[in-house]
Design a protein around this ligand. Structure first.
Ligand code: FAD
Length: 452
């Protein structure tokens, strides 16, 4: 027998339960046809950095498959059944996609496949979204109790090696879409690059993670997000390594992977939540519009707000298609609470430019910062970009890396360049707003919407 293995967000060969299921279904004499489908519904809206990274991941995967990867373009509900017929596949194997579009697409493919089963094995998460619930079976609304139940639920050990698979070669491929030219500096793509990046982090930087993860001027985090997004590595492989590590850093790192699972779980239970407010009572809060507001949004997008940590973050986004987590929170807070823009606008800009752009993590990360999401805090947080900068980038290294206009300043003035003896260096903008004032405006609008 022949089985079809349809790759989506699982672009690797190791620790891949669906691959092993495809192999076992084909049996010792059968073969497996590996395919990736360029689906316009996903390809079009992915920003250029992600399209480029994905194409490079596919090139690496094809090399690992000795050229057997089949590429097809079009609606999967048409393409997959047609390929299954063409190669005589008796089963189609996938890792489950639990996002709103993926669920609907897979249901359509399943119907169109008719009597050829679509077999879902595993998912991109440690615990498949929907499986961790409260004792009464309802979804968790906030992170901490979710994380406790998630740890109790536990997960499997990494799946075995992909031995004994006979990949069928010579199946016709469509030409891939053209690779976009990307100015941002992207990480090396593919499974091998992911494993190497992880091993370097584990061996050299993991022990300092608990302290270093909040300092954007250091290499304190793992930079695994784009690899996890496309499944070049599965989080099971990471936690299996962490299990042997003592101390706060391994626990913190596992917690961050819990956030990733939590946001996917929220999206599973509330498929509309990538766009709709998790706290609907805040819908309709006052936002700014008009030419002046648009100019401020452009200043944010291009890293010219005059707030150094915000500008550094927005320039890192364009320069590396990535932003440090602490700085994602600061720039998001600034757009929503200093410039009074709806979080959806920022979420869209991020999705267009991030190489790790992921609907669940991004849109719920934005909702968390905007105060419309799963933040358990009873206060309406407004980040102060100056104190955040001083606290988390104390020597100004991060700002000076991304904002060359401020490189000659003494570090003690970097987060407030207007305090430097020579004033704001030439070419760097004055602050576009008064933070203390905008903070109050934001708090007032929040109070007004709550009082409705
Ligand atoms: P590390 O600190 O090394 O963390 C390890 C892994 O844990 C990450 O790779 C990621 O998979 C996961 N993780 C860490 N923090 C979070 C978090 N807060 N939420 C969910 N998962 C997390 N992450 C994305 O993967 N894609 C996004 O599109 C995305 N958008 C975000 C938007 C906003 C406004 C905010 C505040 C956060 C967003 N995050 C997103 C979460 C987080 O910023 C990134 O995962 C992290 O910066 C990636 O860097 P790293 O791999 O070095 O992280």
């Amino acid at each position: 027998p022949t089985s079809l293995l349809w790759f989506r967000r699982d672009l690797r060969l190791h620790d891949h339960p669906a691959l092993l299921a495809a192999r076992d279904a084909a049996g010792p004499d059968g073969d497996v046809v590996p395919v990736f489908v360029f689906d316009d519904r996903l390809w079009g809206p992915s920003g250029e950095p992600r399209r480029r990274f994905l194409l490079d991941c596919l090139t690496a995967l094809d090399a690992d498959l000795d050229g057997a990867l089949v590429l097809r373009s079009g609606d999967p509900a048409r393409v997959i059944p047609q390929l299954a017929r063409e190669v005589g596949a008796t089963t189609v194997h996938v890792s489950a996609d639990t996002g709103p579009y993926g669920r609907q697409r897979d249901a359509a493919v399943e119907r169109a496949l008719d009597d050829v089963p679509l077999v879902r094995t595993g998912s991109p998460y440690l615990v498949t979204p929907g499986r961790v619930t409260t004792r009464t079976g309802t979804p968790f609304q906030v992170f901490s109790p979710f994380a406790r139940a998630w740890r109790e639920h536990g997960w499997r050990a990494p799946a075995g090696a992909p031995d004994g698979v006979r990949w069928r070669t010579g199946v016709r491929s469509d030409d891939p879409p053209p690779a976009p030219e990307v100015l941002a500096d992207l990480p090396p793509a593919g499974e091998r690059a992911a494993l190497e990046a992880w091993e370097r982090f584990r061996d050299e930087r993991l022990t300092g993670y608990a302290e270093g993860r909040n300092l954007p001027g250091t290499a304190g985090t793992s930079r695994m997000s784009a690899y996890l997004k496309y499944g070049c590595i599965h989080p099971r492989t990471l936690v299996a390594d962490l299990a042997g590590e003592e101390g706060e850093s391994a626990r913190r790192y596992t917690d961050e992977l819990a956030w990733r699972d939590f946001y996917a779980d929220v999206l599973w239970h509330r498929p509309g939540s990538a766009r709709e407010y998790l706290k609907p009572e805040l819908q309709g809060m006052g936002y700014d519009s008009g030419p002046e507001a648009e100019a401020l949004v452009r200043a944010w997008q291009t890293g010219r707000t005059g707030f150094p940590i915000v500008d550094a973050g927005m320039r890192q986004l364009l320069g590396e298609a990535y932003v440090h987590n602490r700085v994602r929170m600061i720039v998001a807070s600034f757009l929503v609470k200093d410039l009074h823009q709806e979080w959806t606008l920022g979420a869209r800009w991020f999705m267009q430019h991030l190489v790790d752009g992921d609907l669940a993590s991004n849109n719920h990360g934005w909702q968390w910062v905007a105060g419309t999401g799963t933040d358990a805090s009873p206060y309406y947080r407004v980040f102060n970009p100056i104190t955040q900068g001083k606290k988390f980038d104390p020597d100004g290294a991060y700002v000076q890396r991304w904002v060359p206009e401020l490189r000659d300043l003494d570090p003690k003035h970097v987060h407030e360049p207007w305090t430097a003896p020579g004033g704001i260096p030439a070419g760097y903008p004055e602050p576009v707003v008064d933070h203390a004032h905008e903070r109050q405006v934001s708090l007032d609008r929040y109070a007004a919407v709550r009082a409705r």
